[in-house]
Design a protein around this ligand. Sequence first.
Ligand code: AMP
Length: 312
Amino acid sequence: MHQRSAHRSLLVVGSVAYDDIDGPFGFHKNLLGGSASFIARAASYFTKNVAIVGVVGDDFEQHHLDELAALGVDVSGVEHATGETFHWTGKYSADLSSRETLDTKLGVFGSFAPKVQDKHRDAQLVLLGNIDPPLQMDVLNQVRAPALVAMDTMNLWIDIKRKELEAVISKVHTLMVNDEEARQLAQEHNLRTAATKILAMGPTSVIIKRGDAGALLFHADGVFAAPAMPLSDVKDPTGAGDSFAGGLMGYLAYAGDLSPKTIRTAMVMGSVMGSFAVEKFSVDGLRDLTAARIQKRFDEISSLVEFDRVQL
Ligand code: AMP
C-alpha cells in the first residue's frame, strides 16, 4: 500500500503578501509575508516539486519570486495583476502569545480567481493555505485525484464565511488550525472534544497547532503530539503555522508515502520548520538553512521526548 514512490508533487495555494508587524521588537513595514511564501520556502528544503498558485500586484518586488524560483519552487502559477499586493497588518502582545489583525487590504486578492495550470492538476499533495474559502474550493475543484489535501484557515473566515468554510472542510483530508481557531470552529473549549467535532465535519485528521506548546494530530486511531522546540530567541511568530504546514507537507513529498509513521515524522518536521521561522522576521528564519541544521533541530526535538517505556 504505502510504497515509496518518486518524489510526490506539492501544489500550494495561498497568499503572497506584504506584512506590517508591530510587537515587542518594534514596528516593521512591508515585510514579505503571506501563507504561500512561508509554505513554499519551508517545503523547498525537502522537495523540488513545489508549485504555488497565487496573485501579486504591480507593487510586488519580483526578486521575492526569483528567490523562490532559485529554490526550485515553480512560481509560474503566481498571477501578476494590476493593483496592490495583499497587505496585512498585525500586532503582537508583549509576550508574543497573542496577536490581533489591525488591517487587511485585499488589493489584487479581491478579484482573484485561482487558475491551476494543467501541469499542476495531477499534484499528489495539495495544501490550501489560509485564504478565502471559496478560493480554496476553486482550487480543489481544479485538481484531479490528489492523495492528500490539507487546508489551513483563520478566525476571519470562521467569523464571516462559516458556511463556505465548512463546505471546504467537508472535502479535505486534513484540517490544520491553531487552538483558538479549533475552539471557535467547533464552538467547544475542550480541545479533544473540539477535534472530535471537527472530524465529524468530514476530514480524516485534524492538526491543532499550539505555538510553543507544540502540535496535536487527531484522527480515528488516536492522538499524536509533536513537541515545539523551546527557543531562547523568538522574534516574530508570523508564518509559524504556515512554515509548520510547509515542513510537514514538504517532508511527506520527500518521503513519498502517507503511512502513519511517516505522518508522525512529518509532524515533527513541521515543528522544526516552524521553530526556524519564528527566530527572525518575515521568511528570514527560513533562509539559508542546510540539511545539517534541519537534521540537528529534528534530533533536538526528538530527544525532548525520548524516554524508556515502563511496564508497571
Ligand atoms: P500565520 O502566522 O502562519 O498564521 O500566517 C501569517 C500570514 O498570513 C501573514 O504573512 C499574512 O500575510 C497572512 N494572512 C493574514 N491574514 C490573511 C488573510 N485574510 N488571507 C490570506 N492571508 C492572510
